[in-house]
Design a protein around this ligand. Structure first.
Ligand SMILES: NC(=O)c1ccc[n+]([C@@H]2O[C@H](COP(=O)([O-])OP(=O)(O)OC[C@H]3O[C@@H](n4cnc5c(N)ncnc54)[C@H](O)[C@@H]3O)[C@@H](O)[C@H]2O)c1
Length: 239
């Protein structure tokens, strides 16, 4: 008997941009099905890979177990639609993971124009997107009296700022500046949202928790960081 038997799970940002390597969201979806989830809803803006991912999971676990829904978490209407489709397809939602996020960095002390330019973009995904997901996900749980679980994905930078990052094996400096200012600010906001929401939704029996991952070699790292990529390239692939 799996830990998620008969549960319906929605994960935002749950496509991997590099086939063969998982993101945190795609690995979670895979694990949910392996743990017996009745249905998983994969949501992302990467439609082609999202549809292909759902198809491959349905082939592996049985028709109807996985569904892809285009969702840009910046758009409240998209997120509302995500949970409408979830309700129509599976009848309810038991677990929601607000995972979609972007890793960003800026030289805060060098180019104010560039910092200001990235501000809205980061905030709209890493803060507003999580908020929209919690808002519409909890509404569907409340509607059906589901004593569900909401997980908001923050980061180690929801707790601390970013230090210089050094490869422990080689001593190579992988990230040499303390330049994840806006990312750190937003991820602290996610922790705050989780604390406030957990108290608010307790009366409905809905749990709200945050996860604060450390560095994980997902596509977002692989696509952005050549030095890190080089040091990790021998690590495990899924297939
Ligand atoms: N990888 C790490 O080391 C690490 C560490 C701490 C926290 N995190 C957090 O974990 C979460 C997942 O990170 P990851 O490393 O798997 O990243 P990833 O880039 O591999 O996956 C993120 C997914 O989010 C999707 N996405 C981006 N913008 C979106 C939008 N507007 N609407 C919907 N989907 C969108 C992308 O298409 C992608 O599929 C993020 O919130 C990230 O900040 C990652």
């Amino acid at each position: 008997m799996g830990k998620l038997n008969d549960k319906v799970v929605v994960v935002t940002g749950s496509v991997s941009a590099i086939p063969g390597y998982d993101s945190i969201g795609s690995a979670t979806v895979r694990e949910a099905l392996a743990e017996g989830a009745a249905g998983v809803v994969i949501s992302d803006i990467n439609d082609e890979l999202g549809e292909a991912f759902a198809k491959s999971l349905n082939e592996q676990y049985g028709t109807g177990r996985a569904l892809y829904v285009h969702t840009d978490v910046r758009e409240p209407k998209d997120v509302e639609k995500l949970f409408d489709i979830t309700e129509k397809t599976y009848g309810r939602v038991d677990a929601v993971m607000a995972n979609a996020g972007v890793a960003t960095a800026e030289d805060f002390d060098k180019d104010p124009e560039a910092v200001l330019k990235s501000r809205k973009f980061i905030q709209s995904i890493n803060e507003d997107g999580v908020f929209h997901t919690a808002l519409y996900g909890s509404r569907l749980m409340i509607k059906h009296g589901t004593k569900g679980s909401i997980v908001l994905v923050s980061s180690i930078h929801g707790v601390v700022g970013r230090p210089k990052v050094v490869n422990p094996d080689t001593g190579d400096v992988l990230i040499d500046r303390f330049n994840a200012i806006q990312y750190t600010m937003g991820k602290h906001g996610v922790v705050g949202l989780s604390k406030a929401l957990a108290l608010q939704l307790a009366e409905y029996g809905i749990r709200v928790n945050t996860v604060n991952p450390g560095y994980i070699m997902t596509p977002c790292f692989r696509l952005r960081s050549m030095p890190i990529r080089a040091s990790w390239q021998k690590r495990r692939r899924w297939q």
